[in-house]
Design a protein around this ligand. Structure first.
Ligand code: UDP
Ligand code: MN
Length: 253
């Protein structure tokens, strides 16, 4: 039988949240043997997320972990971070896996699925037989069309990445570009994200605990196919919403 994919999604309240999660849930519904671990950046579970999960029919775990206010900087939405986004939420999900699953019994794969990316169904089948850590290309990230692992054509092993932004990171790969074998993760209790890491180094922090470059398993036709895109949703123009609210005509739910 198929190993279970534990897809970990941090999410936070904003105007587009319901749209993002609706789209993502419709992808998740089409993936067999998937367990969605969704972690709200909030003190307590919202009715929006609770209802969406309940109505989806997906197997899920609904957690919360609020980012402390002092980790956020004042400023424009989307640029207000002095600590990396989603770190506390992803670590909360990882701790849930450690508390609830067993390396000897549970066959699974861990994948970090942000709520705004775009996922092809092929991606989930590619990652499903990950033995330690698998990697593949990610579209629309790092200032280029496709950021991808480079392979030695003779051995087929990963030799590096084509990354241009911060290429000297130990693993210059986006969060969407790798998956981890669950048993391997559970056997490495030190593996988690760090709040101290410099920008863009979260992936390197966790992967450094778990694997080496040479050990990586390339997927997606030797890293020639793109099955996930680091799309980002534009902040909507809501300049008349206040007027509607004053008129008593606000229609969101
Ligand atoms: N996120 C969160 N709290 C925040 C900001 C972001 O939980 O205050 C989540 C967000 O929903 C997403 C992930 O963290 O699933 C990464 O955030 P984002 O997509 O904004 O990061 P970027 O695309 O810029 O890497
Ligand atoms: Mn994003």
């Amino acid at each position: 039988h198929l190993p279970i994919i534990y897809a970990i999604t941090p999410t936070y309240a904003r105007a587009v949240q319901k749209a993002e999660l609706t789209r993502l849930s419709h992808t998740m519904m089409l993936v067999p043997n998937l367990h969605w671990v969704i972690v709200e950046d909030a003190e307590s579970p919202s009715t929006l997320v609770s209802n969406l999960l309940k109505n989806s029919g997906i197997t899920y775990t609904h957690l919360t972990a609020a980012t402390p206010q002092e980790w956020k900087l004042p400023g424009k939405q989307g640029e207000q971070w002095k600590k990396p986004r989603g770190v506390l939420q992803r670590n909360t999900a990882l701790q849930w896996l450690r508390n609830n699953l067993n390396a000897d019994q549970d066959q699974g794969i861990i994948y970090f699925a942000d709520d705004d990316n775009s996922y092809s169904l092929e991606l989930f089948e590619e990652m499903r037989d990950t033995q330690v850590v698998s990697v593949w290309p990610v579209g629309l990230v790092g200032g280029i069309m496709v950021e991808k692992p480079l392979l030695n054509p003779k051995t087929g092993r990963v030799t590096g990445w084509n990354s241009v932004w911060s290429p000297n990171r130990p693993f210059p790969v986006d969060m969407a570009g790798f998956a981890i074998n669950l048993g391997h993760f559970l056997r490495h209790p030190e593996a988690k994200f760090s709040f101290e890491a410099p920008r863009g180094h979260q992936e390197s922090v966790i992967l450094g605990h778990l694997t080496t470059r040479a050990q990586l398993e390339p997927k997606a036709d030797n890293c020639t196919k793109v099955y996930v895109w680091h799309t980002r949703t534009e902040i909507p123009n809501l300049k008349y919403e206040e007027k509607l609210i004053k008129r008593g005509e606000r229609t969101d739910e």
